[in-house]
Design a protein. Structure first.
Length: 108
């Protein structure tokens, strides 16, 4: 029996978006904390360490949030595609039944 889990590994749109989110989150936190630390009068080296730590936290937080968001998006898209496929199948079956009724043959 094959594994039916939904993964984002083979989903290029999600991969690009997650990578972009990680970069923006890390850089934004790095820049904000670095600037705020320098403006508060913290020594340059300590400001750099704080900014680096904040960048790591921002990177991992952005990664976690982006993965959670894309999991929900992937499930919603799969559900939508399944619903559309089922609707198309029902429409085709109805058309076949109408054609069978018109031609006078009965379904076995």
């Amino acid at each position: 029996m094959s594994d039916q889990r939904i993964t984002l590994d083979g989903y290029p749109r999600a991969q690009r978006s997650i990578a972009r989110s990680k970069g923006i989150g890390g850089l934004a936190c790095f820049a904000v904390v670095g600037l705020l630390s320098l403006r508060a009068g913290v020594p340059f080296f300590d400001s750099g360490l704080r900014a680096l730590a904040a960048g790591v936290v921002g990177y991992t937080t952005a990664w976690f949030v982006a993965v959670q968001v894309w999991r929900h998006i992937a499930v919603a898209e799969i559900t939508r595609h399944a619903t559309e496929a089922l609707t198309r199948r029902q429409k085709i079956e109805e058309e076949l039944e109408e054609r069978r009724a018109e031609s006078g043959t009965s379904a076995a």
